[in-house]
Design a protein around this ligand. Structure first.
Ligand SMILES: Cc1cc2nc3c(=O)[nH]c(=O)nc-3n(C[C@H](O)[C@H](O)[C@H](O)COP(=O)(O)OP(=O)(O)OC[C@H]3O[C@@H](n4cnc5c(N)ncnc54)[C@H](O)[C@@H]3O)c2cc1C
Length: 443
């Protein structure tokens, strides 16, 4: 462990809330001792969580990116063991050429293995393959009492289920072993279909989920009236070995070079972007071969894109509601967003599958998930999100902590029925800004 890397780097992806931890230490060795660090402790992976679940303002943060070593990779079985600070992008760089891929990946590859496990991340294949936690074979957990515990579905299974999606509160994940997925090449066969409304989205998704490993839809959340709920549905499968198209990985990176003094995202630009994006495809259905990077990680092509929202940052809002209320609740939320004039660039809609959750606090569950981002315009944004909370609560849904900076504790408790069971596994030295906020606790 080495002392005090720059505190300025400790920020979440939404850049809200802001503040400083009391101390920052960098983890370098997986046999480290965390017993002497000042409480409360929290690990910080690569800060790709949007709100305050990766923050410990006023507390001690352990930066884990230094735990960046691969330990073992078997190209025959696809089992990979590494330290928890390794990025998913680094795994892909190592394994794709030998015909392996991540079993589940979120919409950015710049997340650490430990961070991805602590939020039990999901991707476009949830309907078939569940969450990352379903593919973790084992992990090693370092606790503040000096013990190190190997956890897996067979060994310490309750602590394992608490740590998968456990928001970093059960201790420091030092290493993890993952089961990767076989691929023939780095390409994805993608089918994009325009849909005019939510009824069409549900019909296309249900059909497409039977034939495609990856499905997701972008939705125009500025559309109103008859156009409400229109969007583009993307469905993909890994291309077969015989695939002749060889599109290149995008080579050039764009970067937002500085922090603009105000948000560059306004209601006019949001409406224009949404209308243009909907029309980017003239045909109702298009089929193409894509390199895996633009298919899975369209936003990774613009470094630091979160800066365009200016110094006040932005808020993500990801909900899940049960399938039978999905259409009604989604329509209600989209209607309220359009009426408020506070649109979202990237509104994403997907049907989750029905695999039982891997972790006690895993967010994904059978139902419809809607992810939105809003520039932080102060009280009027928070008032809109309170309205959306009521729709989610009425539908007995839940919000995703990895994307949250403001949900009330009552909504969290209602959405996570195994919360009391989980609490028994928390490491007493660990806490986070999210956890204190949800529990109404002071530092
Ligand atoms: C563009 C973009 C797209 C995204 N798309 C998706 C998506 O499709 N699906 C999805 O599920 N999520 C998505 N996310 C969210 C992101 O995948 C998660 O927030 C992820 O957990 C971030 O990982 P990180 O390494 O940055 O961890 P951080 O954000 O730094 O931390 C996340 C949590 O992990 C804990 N943690 C980190 N390392 C350790 C460790 N070694 N031991 C114990 N706890 C640890 C932290 O304490 C914190 O609670 C997206 C984020 C972005 C920016």
């Amino acid at each position: 462990m080495s002392a005090a890397p720059a505190m300025a780097n400790i920020v979440s992806w939404g850049r809200y809330p802001r503040g400083l931890p009391r101390q920052v230490v960098a983890a370098r060795f997986r046999d480290m001792d965390i017993a002497d660090l000042p409480m409360p402790l929290l690990c910080y992976g690569n800060g790709r969580s949007y709100g305050d679940s990766c923050l410990n303002l006023g507390g001690c943060m352990i930066k884990t990116r230094g735990l960046d070593r691969f330990i073992d990779f078997d190209p025959i079985s696809g089992r990979l063991r590494c330290e928890a600070g390794v990025l998913l992008s680094e795994i892909l760089d190592l394994v794709v050429a030998s015909g392996w891929f991540l079993p589940v990946t979120p919409g950015t590859r710049f997340v650490t293995v430990g961070g991805a496990i602590a939020n039990d991340v999901h991707g476009k294949n949830h309907h078939l393959n569940g969450t990352l936690g379903h593919h973790v074979l084992a992990l090693e957990l370092i606790r503040s009492d000096g013990t190190r515990k190997t956890c897996s579905p067979e060994q310490n299974p309750a602590l394992f289920a608490a740590t998968i999606g456990g928001l970093g509160l059960t201790g420091l994940i030092g290493t993890a072993e993952l089961q990767l997925r076989r691929i023939g090449n780095p390409y994805i066969s993608v089918e994009t279909t325009r849909f005019r409304d939510l009824a069409e989205f549900f019909a296309i998704s249900r059909d497409s989920d039977r034939h495609h490993e990856y499905t997701v839809a972008w939705i125009d959340c500025a559309a109103t009236g008859k156009r409400l709920g229109r969007g583009l549905h993307m469905a993909g499968n890994h291309a077969g070995r015989g695939c002749l198209d060889r599109p290149k990985a995008p080579a050039n990176w764009l970067q937002v070079p500085l922090d603009p003094p105000v948000s560059l995202v306004g209601s006019g630009s949001l409406r224009a972007f949404n209308a243009l994006y909907y029309r980017k495809q003239l045909a109702r259905r298009k089929v193409a071969i894509s390199h895996y990077q633009p298919f899975f990680y369209p936003l990774d092509g613009i470094r630091d894109w979160n800066r365009i929202y200016g110094p006040r940052g932005f808020l993500q809002y990801q909900s899940v509601v049960p399938m039978h209320l999905g259409m009604e609740a989604t329509r209600e939320m989209l209607g309220r967003i359009a009426a408020s004039g506070q649109g979202s660039f990237l509104s994403v809609l997907k049907l989750f599958g029905d695999k039982p959750p891997a972790g006690m606090l895993s967010f994904p569950r059978p139902g419809v998930t809607l992810a939105l981002d809003f520039p932080n315009c102060g009280p009027r944004t928070f008032a809109l999100l309170d309205e959306l909370d009521r729709v989610v609560a009425d539908a007995q849904g839940a919000l995703y902590p990895a994307k949250d900076a403001r949900m009330p504790g009552s909504l969290f408790a209602a959405g996570y029925p195994r919360l009391n069971e989980f609490k028994r596994h928390i490491d007493p030295a660990f806490s986070s800004s999210f956890w204190r906020r949800i529990n109404g606790a002071a530092l």
